[in-house]
Design a protein. Structure first.
Length: 201
């Protein structure tokens, strides 16, 4: 019958008893690990929330700039002052986040658009294009302040142009387009009237 290994069990108990408080020391490491992970997790939350807030602000600014440029180019024939008033009115109808859009942060330029080079030239004598730039500076963040980033700047730009077209109006004074100069109209108008219409043509 084999005998139990009493010496091995006794040796194990001796090693465990020789280091008192060993398990309590290991539990303390978890506190440090959790503290570090909380900082990391907070950084991810700050990045997600504040990044979404920044993108929302820029999207709304772009909507406001688009609306202002399209409305402004529609009244460009009425002069620069009317363009400025229209752009400001339509841009202010599309408010951004936070402090919103201020009229002093709306820059309006009149000029021409070169479709071959895709460039805008400001200050021409007979403008056909409106460029609107809207900025929203020093907008506050939520969680980024903890990481040392307090504010951000957002901006958007839109360009709208019109292409003048020449329109010709043709008036048929002879009424020939009503078939009153054709021979088949003898029975309706009479031969004399048809011949007179042919002479007019």
């Amino acid at each position: 019958m084999p005998t139990p290994n009493v010496g091995h069990a006794s040796s194990t108990r001796d090693r465990s008893d020789a280091v008192p408080g060993r398990e309590r020391g290991r539990r303390g490491i978890i506190v440090v690990f959790v503290a570090v992970m909380l900082v990391v997790m907070f950084g991810f939350v700050a990045f997600a929330v504040d990044t979404g807030y920044i993108l929302c602000a820029r999207t709304r600014l772009q909507t406001a700039a688009d609306a202002g440029a399209l409305a402004g180019v529609g009244v460009i024939a009425e002069g620069a002052q009317e363009v400025n008033n229209t752009v400001n009115n339509y841009a202010m109808l599309n408010q951004s986040v936070g402090s919103g859009i201020a009229t002093e942060h709306i820059n309006i330029e009149l000029g021409d658009w070169d479709k071959d080079t895709d460039t805008f030239t400001a200050g021409t004598s007979a403008p056909t294009t409106v460029r609107v730039t809207i900025t929203q500076p020093d907008e506050g963040l939520f969680f980024g302040r903890v990481l040392g980033v307090n504010t951000f700047d957002a901006s958007a730009q839109a360009i709208a142009t019109i292409q003048p077209r020449d329109i010709m109006v043709v008036i048929d004074c002879s009424s020939s387009m009503n078939n009153d100069s054709e021979f088949k109209s003898f029975g309706v108008l009479g031969q004399t009237a048809v011949e007179d219409n042919q002479f007019d043509i």
